[in-house]
Design a protein around this ligand. Sequence first.
Ligand code: ATP
Length: 356
Amino acid sequence: MNKDVLIRLNGISKSFDGETVLDDLHLEIHDKEFITLLGPSGCGKTTTLRIIGGFETPDAGDVYFDGKRINDLPPYRRQVNTVFQKYALFPHLNVFDNIAFGLRVRKTKDSEIREKVKAMLELVNLRGFERRRVGTLSGGQQQRVAIARALVNEPKVLLLDEPLAALDLKLRKDMQNELKNIQQRTGITFIFVTHDQEEALSISDRIVLMKSGVLQQNDLPQRLYNEPANQFGAGFLGNPPINNIPGTIQDCRFVTADGKADAALDMCRGVENGRKVNLSVRSESFVLDADGPIACEVTRVYQMGKEEMAYLRMGECDFRAYIDSEEGLKPGDQVHLALKKRGVFLFDRETGERIR
Ligand code: ATP
């Protein structure tokens, strides 16, 4: 085992009421990394987190921490702390006492408590808030208190379950930066759960993409976006969503599923005849090119900054593209497009497997 692997999940499966929620999950989490579990609602992210925290027991598989199997270790004996979406602060205590709570339980000396709480308040930018009742704080400030309260116990790992979900967009962005800073300054391993792809892309060292309890891809953020392992991954990341143009391969050409248009694309070479595919292209991956292989009609256009977002039709398939055109496009124009190298994929339409 790689020596900086801190947590290893080995073949974890879990069902609730006969429904499989996690299916043979294998995952290694490295010391000091910021790793994000990403996926749609119900895909098993929180359950994974709860198994790492010891709040849930797997039906099969083992959890290792620092090389030791910890399946039977209760939560309070794991070197892990959790920050929840609902901050779960003690409303009757002030900020200082909320943060000091865990230290008092462990009978830490008063002078040490004062020092540690002070350091935490600095870390989360809440100096001077010691005596404030938590009920008088904003959502963002309450979340900082929750983070300080978890970090003061000096865990090796912090589990964060959608901790920013209740914040408005601006505050959420600020807190993303702040969380990243805190993680880098403390060197604590962060395991973060979100269903928000932009949040995951902006904050993580590594992203674990999940669907229906099955790991889809475990990769660097930029690779997840640029090299999706399958159709699901290509569709889950990206805004606007990726275009999926259904078709079939005929003599190394892409033919739209309605049979009304085709294009000679290099990426179709070597793909077997008759294979049902999706040509999946990000909106930023088209270029206007009079010699381009994709002939289509403009159906609608609107300006987005210096570029135009064009709605296009190839055969009976509609898709969207950012187009940088000199003269401007208008509905009814017939145009040719070429494809960039990045952001263009071919997936098997039945299995979702990536072909190119
Ligand atoms: P979300 O983003 O909505 O929080 P998630 O990916 O974190 O979703 P989980 O909370 O892990 O998903 O839940 C996965 C599935 O397991 C869901 O269908 C959920 O209803 C179910 N589930 C989770 N905990 C329990 C439980 N204690 N009893 C029964 N079903 C459960």
